[in-house]
Ligand binder design. Sequence first.
Ligand code: HEC
Length: 121
Amino acid sequence: MSARLLIGGLALALLAGCEGRPAPTGLQGDPARGRIALAQHACRACHMIPGLTGPESYVGRPLVDLAERRFIAGKLPNTQANLVRWIRDPKSIDPHTAMPAMGVSERDALDMTAWLLAPEQ
Ligand code: HEC
């Protein structure tokens, strides 16, 4: 068997192994559940969010392309853990922010960030 065939076969085997699994984004949480949690907590009242319908609201910035942001609310380095922190208790990070703490559980916040950082559009 030629080396080229061998390598091709290996690549196919690797691809087959990945079939049906989500892209390896390194994110924790369940994005589908997160989308529901975002709707249930009415985040859409202040933010436009990809994949969620609601009023045209610009109280907070649209939560689009969140994965591209360097900082959350201009304060915290944008990591999934910091996003969870912000969503659960924004005033602990910026006492003057207009965003209220909305009693979001750790699990819901994690799932929300999974959606916000990689919305399935
Ligand atoms: C009453 C309006 C209001 C509600 C409701 C609200 N937010 Fe916000 N949110 C804001 C405002 C205003 C900011 C901007 C804060 C700043 O820059 O200081 C913000 C900032 C954010 C940011 C940082 C965005 C960025 O551009 O850096 C995230 C993420 C966020 N909100 C997520 C949520 C989630 C998730 C919910 C629902 C649990 C939610 N927000 C509910 C008003 C709101």
